[in-house]
Design a protein around this ligand. Sequence first.
Ligand code: DGY
Length: 444
Amino acid sequence: MSGIVFFKSKDLRMIRDFYQDKLGLKLWLDQGKCMIFEHRGMLIGFCQSEVAESQGTITFLYDSIALVDAAYLRYQDLATSPAKLNPAFNIYHFWAEDPEGRTLEFQYFLKAGEQNPGQDVIEVLNEDPAKPKLLLTRLLPEKAMNELKDFFEVHANIAHRNLSKTELIAHIADKAALLCLLGDDIDESLMNAAAKLKVISNYAVGYNNIDLQAAKARGIAVCNTPGVLTESTADLAWALIMATARRIPESESFTREGNFVGWEPLLFLGQDVHQRTLGILGMGRIGQAVARRARGFDMKVIYHSPHDKELDFAAERVDFETLLLESDILSLHLPLKPETKHLIGEKELKTMKRSAILINTARGAIVDERVLIRALQEGWIFAAGFDVYEHEPEIPQALKELPNAVLLPHIGSASLETREQMGSLAARNAIAIVQGTEAPARVV
Ligand code: DGY
């Protein structure tokens, strides 16, 4: 094998555990002597032998600042520097250290003219000191922006990236309201810096990004956007069902690339959807909307949920194991909580049918992503359709390479009408709490 950078290593097992378990990279053993992993076409090896002499840094390249920030949040315990811009090289990066003291660098090269992340990206959109102040972490559809500006003085992030924790903390001190996204980590450290904060209004139905206990302890209300995105998210779950079952992305690329040379009996054989069994894990609003659509496909619907549901369509409540055993298509509609993290792991994926399809439009960490990759590589199940990821926005390279995975960028609620309604509801939540009235959708 040529073109490998070898590093000398004392303890290969420790190295494997670190790079595989901590960084999620797939390492393999070469000639029984070296652990090797591939990163963006580059091979990096760790060897006990004397041939491995390389010193220096292992660099992980990312495609955006947001991905470096996400890596920073994920590997914070390894970091030896904050994530920041290095203007001398026009890179945004942070340093970390592996267990044998090697330097790791996680970096993104800024493109010419790209927003300097060191600059303040918060702009006051409607200066009006008489109004309460709101920090808005990303611009929303126009209708919601107008509703917010009518009541608040809006301090908004105008950049095309999420704010870092440092930026959030720097801007929260004098704000009465925070309107944030599911990718903003709203924890105790932020709330400690938010002396005037009355409300955290999340622009999402899920609120696993917010420390509810910390908010409650400080008397800060937390609100979300349930209901308005139910139907759009159910539509998208169905788009994933059809795309995975009938191998749409694969066959679309094949056609576009000029490979279609005539009808073939065995070309892109998939799975039928009609008259199959649809399994729903979590029969809440979105689960029901997905299940209701199955009537048109003449499907049997089974579901698992702690209690029987009063439903306006036929569906049978079953135990978790039966759901795994019998579903041809299993669609996840649970919130992410400590109890639901990695609910779908090795045992569950091995219990499912080899012809089964797993759909996730809920939260990535409900599925153990590393095990899912093995399941798809080794054919424990037929395919997976995912809109959400365990370490969003990072998606493991191995998952991206799988033809039997259909991957979308968390767009379940992404229709203009729905995003407008979410914006309006998030705005009304924030306004109501600051006014001291009842918010339409308050969590705590
Ligand atoms: C939510 O609202 O929680 C979705 O994941 C994004 O719309």
